[in-house]
Design a protein around this ligand. Structure first.
Ligand SMILES: Cc1ncc(C[n+]2csc(CCOP(=O)(O)OP(=O)(O)O)c2C)c(N)n1
Ligand SMILES: [Mg+2]
Length: 700
């Protein structure tokens, strides 16, 4: 009789291990076969690894997958998602809702696995944070998971520094991330690994599935570097386990990780993709397609599994996971809860802070002392107003921190108040992160911090948002309140020229669902933008700021900057009825629009200026409000934005005009560029008049 169908009491410990491992393998194989789509090979190879981490090592309570001090498990090679769905299912992880309540149902049921990759199944194609409880971060775009894990590791260090007290190790968790060749080929992983090595993040362990296979075949065609030496050079502790089936060796290596101080650990795990498949093992054929019915039977035979059984979880498997991770996790959490109660008795304020943070709420007084900028025609740069606001917020919100990709002095994101400090290996309480010139790694790291419930920002020049975009997109997909601050928003750095002048960036970020893009028009709009952003709990924001000084508008004369919270608002209007022409502007072009408006008024033309810092926020307003700002019957409209004209038809209509950019700009002093590209009051006035003449709905 096969061990797979034997009475559980007859099984040796080794057989029980094998039973669990092969359950992961066969569930993965069956799910992919049933879906006729997916990646069976890597789950077949890494089942022993996942089994070992989850059942022997991970401090994680399946009953409460959001317990703050849990170890984190990241599957960076997200195509191998069946590993995670199997683990979440077999360990009985419970579902949690958006209000952080456990629902009393399985996170991933066997039925979900049967419906792998189908609509509404909790076993989608790739791990999706926010959709499936127990997924720590969304992965699939290779490299993102490992990079995000660096943010999680920084967060643990920071949290430990802030909250741990003698006898109270409130935060002492570890982060495990599994990755493949693809992750390690991607640049983002190199950025993140370099940063992790520099910071000596000894709470971080990456396990590299060294199978020499990617989609096009053997890695000898494109990836022949010495990965181990590379990680040694980054300052990591590098270990190697020569056989992915050797669970004891894997466990030992993980033990070495936990004892290693002062550097992260990189475990090279030599594996065979499609392990057990007589015809597909060690080939790319095992990577991304179902094995086929015949091969499935042969694999099951090789595993000593009933060949015809499908989605079989033999007796004893659930129980064995329950006795392993279930028991260990429940005990660990129970102990922690008790610890936390005595912590609360001694450190009430800190305990409250932890609880507020876990719910993504803000501490009382978070917006006190926010600056108010007096009217000033010379004004102040968006980045400077931002720097002042950030420094207030970061004092009011202890867990609000961040940094720049080496442009802190230029982005004005450096936190300069007493005690802000730098985050380094020997100063893990610092609030200034130095990401180095690694925008992509930075953005993923910010996501890792946000996943750990910190409020975090990363900064660079707006032009380099492209370098961070995949992680910004993931922040939106994950519904994380990450903040990305980008300065030098348009042609303000004139002489730097086209390589430094963003054009298509605004519209391309506006195209990301769920992302809030804000381009405030003066210093007070910057403050209001922050006020809006800080209250976001499930949406990322991109804040786009000017390098150059912008006039601070007289809010006695014009509408209050609080209108920012509606995305767009009537900033300046004509008296005597509905406007004849509307000028819509964002950011540095708002004061230009106001100047043009004043000229039009002086000529007796009823113009209106709409400041529109955020399309997305405006779209969330009621139709009545939107139509009060942009009355449908006023068709003479001009949009002014130093960026691609693409998309503005949405607000100016097909008959409207856009004063914008259709080229990459040029290298010249800003004033000259403004003249050349038409960002001057007289030009805007001329375009407005043209609109009036053409629209036929003006009075003249
Ligand atoms: C950024 C990115 N580029 C390309 C892909 C498409 N893709 C998915 S898996 C894969 C091959 C990955 O190889 P490896 O990481 O070695 O995984 P293995 O086949 O060994 O499981 C590729 C190119 C992706 N998911 N993400
Ligand atoms: Mg591979």
């Amino acid at each position: 009789m096969s061990y797979a169908t034997a009475p559980v009491e007859n099984l040796s410990a080794a057989e029980l291990d094998q039973l669990c491992i092969n359950s992961i393998r066969t569930l993965s194989i069956d799910a992919v076969q049933q879906a006729k789509s997916g990646h069976p090979g890597t789950p077949m190879a890494l089942a022993p690894l996942v089994y070992t981490i989850w059942n022997r090592v991970l401090r994680f309570d399946p009953q409460n997958p959001i317990w703050p001090n849990r170890d984190r498990f990241v599957l960076s090679n997200g195509h191998a998602s069946m590993l995670l769905w199997s683990a979440l299912h077999l360990t009985g992880v419970q579902a949690v809702n958006a209000d952080y309540e456990t629902l009393g149902t399985a996170s991933v049921s066997l039925d979900d696995i049967r419906r792998f990759r189908q609509f509404d199944s909790k076993a989608p194609g790739h791990p999706e944070y926010h959709w499936v409880s127990g997924v720590e971060t969304t992965t699939g775009p290779l490299g993102q998971g490992v990079a995000t894990s660096v943010g999680m590791a920084i967060a643990q260090k920071w949290l430990a520094n802030r909250f741990n007290r003698p006898e109270f190790e409130i935060f002492d968790y570890s982060i495990y991330a599994v990755c493949g060749d693809g992750c390690l080929m991607e640049g983002i992983a190199s950025e993140a690994a370099s940063l992790a090595g520099h910071l000596g993040l000894d709470n971080l362990c990456w396990i590299y599935d060294n199978n020499h296979i990617t989609i096009e075949g053997n890695t000898r065609i494109a990836f022949t570097e010495d990965v181990q030496t590379r990680f040694i050079a980054y300052g990591w502790n590098v270990l190697r386990v020569g056989d992915a089936n050797d669970t004891d060796r894997i466990e030992q290596a993980l033990e070495v990780f936990r004892k290693t101080k002062g550097r992260p650990t990189f475990i090279v795990l030599d594996s065979h993709i499609g392990y057990g498949s007589p015809h597909k093992q060690d080939t790319s054929a095992a990577h991304g397609e179902p094995l086929g019915d015949d091969e499935v039977r042969l694999c099951k035979k090789a595993y000593g599994w009933p060949e015809d059984a499908k989605f079989l979880v033999p007796d004893g498997v659930y129980g064995h996971f329950n006795a392993g991770i279930g028991k260990r996790g429940a005990e660990a959490r129970q102990k922690w809860m008790e610890l936390f109660e005595s912590y609360r008795a001694q450190y009430a304020d800190l305990a409250v802070e932890i609880e507020v943070m876990q719910k993504r709420e803000l501490p009382t007084g978070w917006d006190r002392n926010l600056p108010v900028f007096p009217a000033d025609p010379k004004g102040i740069a968006g980045r400077d107003a931002s720097g002042k606001t950030l420094n207030v917020l970061a004092q009011n919100i202890p867990w609000f921190l961040g940094g720049s990709a080496d442009l802190g002095p230029s982005n004005k994101t450096t936190l300069t108040f007493q005690g802000a400090g730098d985050f380094q290996a020997d100063s893990p309480g610092g609030k200034n992160l130095h990401f180095g010139i690694r925008e992509h790694g930075m953005a993923a790291t910010v996501n890792g911090l946000a996943l750990s419930k910190l409020r975090a920002f990363g900064a660079s020049f707006f032009i380099f948002s492209d370098y961070a975009r995949p992680a910004i997109r993931l922040a939106a997909l994950m519904e994380l309140p990450s903040l990305f601050i980008f300065t030098h928003d348009a042609m303000g750095d004139g002489e730097d020229g086209p390589t430094h002048q963003p054009v298509e960036h605004l519209i391309s970020l506006r195209a990301i669902p769920g992302l809030i893009t804000l381009r405030p028009g003066d210093a007070n709009e910057v403050v209001e933008a922050y006020r809006y952003i800080m209250q976001l709990r499930h949406q990322p924001a991109v804040l786009v700021l000017s390098r150059q000084a912008l006039p601070t508008l007289d809010r006695g004369k014009y509408a209050p900057a609080a209108g920012v919270s509606q995305g767009a608002y009537v900033l300046a209007d004509a008296s005597g009825g509905i406007p004849e022409v509307i000028i819509i502007a964002t950011g540095s072009e708002v004061s230009l629009a106001v100047e043009a408006h004043e000229k039009l008024l002086s000529e007796g033309i009823r113009s209106r200026v709409v400041s529109m810092p955020s399309w997305e926020i405006f779209e969330q307003q009621s139709r009545a409000y939107r139509e009060s700002v942009l009355p449908p019957n006023v068709t003479a409209r001009v949009a002014v934005e130093q960026a691609s004209t693409f998309g503005w038809e949405r607000y100016v209509g097909t008959s409207g005009q856009v004063v914008g950019m259709n080229t990459f700009g040029a290298s010249a002093p800003l004033k000259e560029l403004q003249r050349k590209f038409g960002f001057e009051p007289d030009h805007v006035v001329a375009v407005a008049k043209e609109q009036l003449a053409n629209s036929g709905n003006g009075n003249r």
